[in-house]
Ligand binder design. Sequence first.
Ligand code: COI
Length: 536
Amino acid sequence: MRKIVFIFLAAALILFQTGPAFAENESGRIQNSDKPVIGVILPFSSAFEGIAKEQKNAIEMALSEMQPNVEVIFSDGKDDPAGAVAVFNKLAGSRNPPVAVISCASWASSAIHPLAAEKGIFHIAIASAIIDRTQPGHTIRFTLDAKKEERQLAQYLSRFNRIAVFNMDNGYGNNWAEIIKDNFKEKIVASIAYDPRLKDFGDQLAAIKKKNPDVLVLLSASNAARIAKQARQIGIDAQFVGTRPIERPELLAEPATNGIVYTYPSHSFRHHLIDDYKNAHNTIPTFFGIEAYDAFATLVSAIEEGKKSPETLFDWYAGRTFTGALGEYRFNENGDAVYPYMYKQIQDGSFEVADFQFALLLEKTRQQLNDIFDDMDKTLEYAAEKLTHTGLTGENAQNVLNDLFKQNPHAFDCTTVNREGRIVSVVPDAYCRLIGMDISGEKYIRRLHQTKEPVFSQAIDTMEGFMGFELQHPVFDKHGQFIGSVGMITRPDFFGSVITQKIANFPVEMWMIQKDGKMIYDVNEEELGKNLFTDE
Ligand code: COI
């Protein structure tokens, strides 16, 4: 860092003598070069100074690791949209305007978004859960949208009956409060905004106490430490709940924050940034630093690949999945990052994954798998009805199987099986070699023939060559006579495709066993098919 400062100062001296264009950074240093410029607008002089410093530290770590051929200008966006717009305009009006601007905070990013588009400057929003997008194809956002985070928060909030919301009075807090109020209309007993520069929240907390909430949602950053303390002092005993920005080091020094439950991006803590940051700054980075590091590092990679225009930079991100310090990010077509969230909790002076998180994750996965099986079952039932009219073979039967296959992305193939237990049609065509095969000996077919009811197999070694699950529905002719069945087999990666999405970035593994102990999903493939109860 010292080296970088020195180079900046030397450059400034030369500039003053020769007089070309220059830009001023947050600490007043003056810089100039022909290198591509990245402007970074952070709320240095605001109630969020600690966040801005963490982001700057993380970006500087990426800078010293990557040594990119870019010029970085940090600017102070202060604590409101006007502050951010003022420094953006200054950067945009300089003789070497930035190729890209990174901005922090919903209010700053929302204000810069249309201006950056107008000036042809690529824009990245960090720490911006709320953004009003008016210019498609221009702004990439690393922060998960508040509406998506709220879906997670709502699951936890729904167990309470008297919800009070206490939010910072800015583009983050006010919009978030509205989202919660929309969702929980009749349960909201108080909703109050506070000035984040305040230190004394006594009057507002007294008003909240009168409403006797059973949960108090704090849409706050480091202020939550003071608020929690003052709330407990006046006897508010509600559960405290927070969102991503609440994970600030100040909370760990305040015992009243113990037990706060909050939503947070799930990340694995395995990236070297975590240790490097801790060694350099004596504190663990929060999502603010991690996100800033990833945003900057990816931007530099894109610029180094020759992307400079807003369009090419946007296209570089949109639709891409990459792994950064947070874990896996996927950028959708709008340019928003999507990744899973979890519940965390402050426990005995540390930020921990909430105790109830893991059971919940299992339950949600179970539900999703069951929902998929239900859908498969319904579509099979419908196909069986249609086959009553078409018979099990021929063009029309093939069309029924084609539709069935299209409706079920987790199906490997779909077949009709005659009353003797032989496969008579198959989709896709690539598996036509299965036609004529006799599967009458399979347990599930025997069961179907006996009961004439739908069946769902146990794990089977399929003729297709992998372990799968067969679902079959009986087919009857117009007179109600049993003529055979229609079925589909699950894809080999079925469980994995669902489970890896669920636990992406989580510090956990998930596996599945059948009731008899057979391992039917494990990330380590050599475990598949073994019996958990009997295998040594
Ligand atoms: C947001 O706007 O999403 C933020 O996290 C801003 C932060 C400075 C509180």
